[in-house]
Design a protein around this ligand. Structure first.
Ligand SMILES: NC(=O)c1ccc[n+]([C@@H]2O[C@H](COP(=O)([O-])OP(=O)(O)OC[C@H]3O[C@@H](n4cnc5c(N)ncnc54)[C@H](O)[C@@H]3O)[C@@H](O)[C@H]2O)c1
Length: 258
């Protein structure tokens, strides 16, 4: 039988794709910092990652670092995680949030675009998860949350098209199969599937008109906020979620009923 490893008081969460000012990752980093986590932001944009970490570290009075890395590149991720492991408390949690959109219609999608979307959205989650899992398995404690999308469930329909939907559907299978392999080491693995959230990923900041258009068919009558998604991520990464694994949580205001 698996024993429960308690959460250490000093612990780190790694968040990929958490540098962008109006993004989900940044909001999640801030939320987790408010709950006492040390914060490691890993993002392709090194400058914004450092700035985000500096701001969250000082406003929430926690340890925080920002490291530049490309999640699709194993050597780059290895360097970044080694740096994080050398300067912060043990990594207990990982949020795989780095991602790119892809609004190109299928018949116009090139192999290069297809591969880039999969490299970042899907392979990135594999590379970063595998790297941080070494320590989690050793310590018999870990929490991983990866971000899928309602686009995987409904076949797009918000902004991005086939490549994005397929890569985000991959996250669900990845989550379920990985959860099966690492449960015995006290590691939970879950996915979240947000509906449209008010960030800049769908071709820039959403205008009020566009938000109103997108709200049609959503039971709650509006798009979601970064903070709402951040709260779900924080719960799934927290100490109270130890018996939730292999799950995909919808957070879509009722746009999709699974
Ligand atoms: N906003 C939505 O409506 C929505 C809905 C469902 C899922 N998502 C997913 O949420 C995640 C966060 O998106 P967001 O809306 O906050 O957008 P965002 O563009 O603000 O955030 C994406 C972040 O990923 C980083 N990034 C991109 N390529 C990278 C790489 N190769 N290596 C490391 N970092 C990289 C970017 O620099 C940026 O900080 C994405 O995976 C996205 O697909 C968003």
């Amino acid at each position: 039988m698996t024993a429960i490893t308690p959460f250490p008081t000093e612990r780190t969460v790694v968040l990929t794709g958490a540098a962008s000012v109006r993004g989900i990752g940044r909001a999640a980093a801030d939320r987790l910092a408010s709950e006492g986590w040390s914060i490691a932001i890993l993002d392709i944009n090194a400058e914004d990652a450092s700035a985000a970490a500096a701001e969250i570290g000082s406003s929430r009075a926690v340890k925080a670092i920002g490291v530049g890395a490309d999640v699709s590149d194993a050597a780059s991720v290895d360097r970044a995680i080694t740096e994080i492991e050398g300067s912060l408390p043990p990594i207990v949690a990982l949020a795989n949030l780095a991602g790119i959109s892809s609004p190109t219609p299928f018949m116009e999608t090139t192999v290069e675009e297809w591969d880039k979307v999969f490299a970042i959205n899907m392979r990135g989650s594999f590379i970063v998860s595998q790297r941080v899992l070494k320590g989690m398995i050793e310590r018999k404690l870990g929490r991983i949350v990866s971000i899928s999308s309602i686009s995987a469930q409904r076949g797009g329909g918000t902004y991005s098209k086939v490549a994005y939907s397929a890569s985000k559907a991959g996250i669900i299978g990845f989550t379920r199969a990985l959860a099966r392999e690492v449960g015995e080491f006290g590691v939970t693995v879950n996915a979240i599937a947000p509906g449209p959230i008010d960030t800049d990923i769908m071709g820039g900041t959403l205008s009020e008109d566009r938000k109103a258009q997108m709200s049609e068919g959503i039971m709650m009558g509006r798009v979601g906020s970064r903070e709402e998604v951040a709260a779900l991520i924080a719960f799934l990464l927290g100490p109270d979620a130890g018996y939730i694994t292999a799950a995909t949580y919808d957070i879509n205001g009722g746009l999709q009923v699974s």
